[in-house]
Design a protein. Structure first.
Ligand code: IPD
Ligand code: CA
Ligand code: CA
Length: 283
């Protein structure tokens, strides 16, 4: 495994994207076989922040597969980090200067998985020197694979996709999510909803940030915002949205980087309007 070049992303004959795709779909298939174990969960600190043995097993499977092909690469995975914002910051800090970093959420939407609500996903991204170059999200319930490669577009079930064409919030279908950290965040969330819902076509909260981002890329949602997310929730979906022609920033409109926790991702056309409305709510 020595013929590594960054031009065609080939290592030992397997492209980065092929490994991401194979790994995400294998993990997704395995997760589905374990749905009978979804009711065995533990709390990571609150009644809304949950983890199952399936999350941990899926991350192990993903790590093993990635390490088989790319033993020198680093892996930033949710289940390998300590809980909370501090744990996530520490885990990101530990890999931030590494050349290749795989960013893994083995199940994004664990609460949905536990309840049998079929809206959860496997999210895998690869960053090269801090820049995301591959993003793959797999929805095992619909057997739907979303794939993006830097500079090469975004694909759903193998077909190229672009973001939607709505130009105003009034015509937009948006999505958001409610952070598990309630004390500081929930009042702000409520203000945002009060500010956005009256002026938008409607707002959804499906419970998987990664899938929401994939849906923005696929043109099924006009935009998405959420606070207090981690790199593993956002990285793959961010590249999908960008490669589908959309825009991803933090909530003040600054460009995305791996440390961004408060994110807005849209078709680009409604981005400024969304940020303006949200900033009113945040005052
Ligand atoms: C969660 C999901 C959810 C979002 C939460 C995330 P998890 O990830 O993305 O949609 O609202 O903030 O923590 O814990 O299921 O991987
Ligand atoms: Ca997640
Ligand atoms: Ca997760």
């Amino acid at each position: 495994m020595t013929n590594e070049t960054n031009d065609n992303y080939q290592v030992g004959g397997k492209s980065f994207t092929a490994v991401a795709v194979n790994t995400a779909s294998k993990a997704g298939e395995w997760i589905q076989t374990k749905s009978n174990q979804a009711n065995r969960f533990t709390s990571k600190g609150s009644a809304s922040d949950l983890v199952t043995e399936v999350d941990k097993g899926a991350e192990k499977l993903i790590r093993n597969l990635i390490q088989t092909y790319f033993p020198t690469h680093s892996i930033l995975g949710e289940e390998g980090a300590d809980p909370g914002a501090e744990g996530a910051a520490k885990a990101l800090q530990a890999v931030k200067d590494d050349e290749y970093v795989w960013i893994v959420d083995p199940i994004d939407g664990t609460t949905n998985f536990i309840h049998g609500f079929p809206f959860y996903s496997v999210s895998i991204a690869l960053a090269y020197r801090g820049e995301v170059i591959v993003g793959v999200i797999y929805d095992p319930s619909r057997d739907e694979l979303f794939v993006a490669e830097k500079g090469k577009g975004a694909y759903v079930r193998g077909k190229r996709v672009t973001v939607s064409g709505e130009e105003r919030l009034a015509d937009s279908l948006l999505a958001t999510g409610f952070p598990t950290e309630r004390q500081a965040m929930l009042p702000l969330n409520m203000n945002q909803l009060s500010a956005i819902i009256p002026g938008a076509r409607n707002v959804r909260a499906g419970g998987s940030a990664a899938l929401h981002l994939a849906y923005v890329a696929a043109g099924r949602l006009t935009g998405f915002w959420e606070m207090n997310l981690n790199a593993w929730d956002i990285a793959a979906g961010m590249l999908l949205v960008q490669e589908a022609g959309g825009r991803v920033t933090d909530l003040s409109g600054k460009p995305y980087n791996l440390a961004v926790r408060n994110v807005a991702a849209t078709n680009g056309l409604i981005h400024d309007e969304l940020i303006t409305e949200l900033s009113k709510a945040n005052k």
